[in-house]
Write a protein that binds this ligand. Structure first.
Ligand SMILES: NC(=O)c1ccc[n+]([C@@H]2O[C@H](COP(=O)([O-])OP(=O)(O)OC[C@H]3O[C@@H](n4cnc5c(N)ncnc54)[C@H](O)[C@@H]3O)[C@@H](O)[C@H]2O)c1
Length: 277
């Protein structure tokens, strides 16, 4: 018996990074899976990797039609759904407000919020009756950026703050039948998180920040000294998505390698060891 035996889980944004790692872990834990992804190439690689046992849906979380088609495919194949994990997101390139042309602020916020916030709200709406029928779980993806500055620019950090509030409100509205929680990661190795078209950064990725330098700095700052892989986040998501979680709703769990849990006393000594790019 494994943690997710008898569970049917939809993971949105599962073509790379966190969502893909969660999918691999959930399959090992015995879950039946549906995967929603909007990138053509990633849809193909998902079908190659997971084969016919998994329902792979080519769709966009911003589209009601796509989500309803995904729902139809899940009902046709499995007849039920016990959890939805939201893992999609886009970044904002970490551009400071001062450096964003004034006439692009509006489109930047619309673009980032459409994927990072509205995509989760719409998904929750489309699947809530299936989750309700199974007394299921909704697990969203927040970020350390919802807890402290400098995890991105205004659009990304505000969108992740909104995810945290969405969890508060949805958990209240959907109790007692549906548990709603989120995980707030910090660093994720092998992420392909892309930038916004509103700033012409759609072809740039967060990982374009020199990967080794970023990892070294993160591991220097974080007390646990380790940049987790997507798969390492799997067990935390699995618990929150499982029936074993009878104790938590409305929580956003900060999974930050301890990086926010430090004061300044030892900073002077630490700075002398800081890795340089
Ligand atoms: N990378 C990090 O360091 C980090 C840190 C904290 C939080 N996060 C969050 O983790 C989540 C996953 O990020 P990641 O780093 O794995 O990035 P990623 O780009 O590797 O994975 C996100 C996936 O979502 C897909 N996607 C994007 N928009 C979509 C849409 N409209 N419809 C369907 N699929 C869509 C992408 O194609 C991609 O496959 C995001 O919510 C991100 O904000 C990432």
């Amino acid at each position: 018996m494994t943690l997710l035996d008898d569970h049917v889980v939809l993971i949105t944004g599962s073509g790379s990074g966190l969502g893909l790692g969660i999918a691999r872990h959930f399959q090992q834990e015995g879950a039946q899976l549906a995967l929603l992804e909007y990138d053509d190439d990633k849809v193909r690689t998902l079908r190659d990797e997971f084969g016919d046992d998994v329902v792979v849906v080519h769709g966009d979380v911003r589209s009601l039609d796509d989500l309803e088609r995904c729902r139809d495919e899940i009902v046709a194949r499995f007849g039920r759904l016990t959890a939805v994990v939201g893992a999609q997101g886009i970044w904002d390139g970490n551009v400071r407000l001062r450096d964003i042309p004034a006439d692009r602020v509006d489109s930047l916020l619309d673009e980032v919020f459409a994927v990072n916030v509205k995509g989760y709200a719409l998904t929750a709406r489309v699947f809530l009756d299936l989750l309700d029928a199974e007394q299921g779980a909704l697990v969203l993806t927040c970020s350390q950026a919802a807890f402290a500055a400098d995890g991105g620019g205004i659009a990304y950090t505000a969108s992740k703050g909104a995810v945290r509030s969405l969890v508060n409100q949805l958990s209240f509205e959907l109790a007692p039948r549906i548990r709603v929680n989120a995980v707030a990661p910090t660093g994720i190795a092998n992420s392909q998180l892309r930038g916004p078209a509103a700033l012409d950064l759609q072809d740039s990725k967060q990982s374009d920040i020199p990967a080794d330098a970023f990892r070294q700095q993160f591991e220097w700052l974080a007390p646990m000294q380790h940049m987790p892989s997507p798969e390492e986040y799997g067990p935390l998501y699995a618990f929150l998505a499982s029936r074993q979680n009878t104790i938590m709703t409305g929580q956003t769990v900060l999974a930050d390698q301890g990086s926010l849990n430090r004061a300044l006393i030892s900073m002077g000594d630490l700075l002398t060891t800081m890795p340089r790019a």
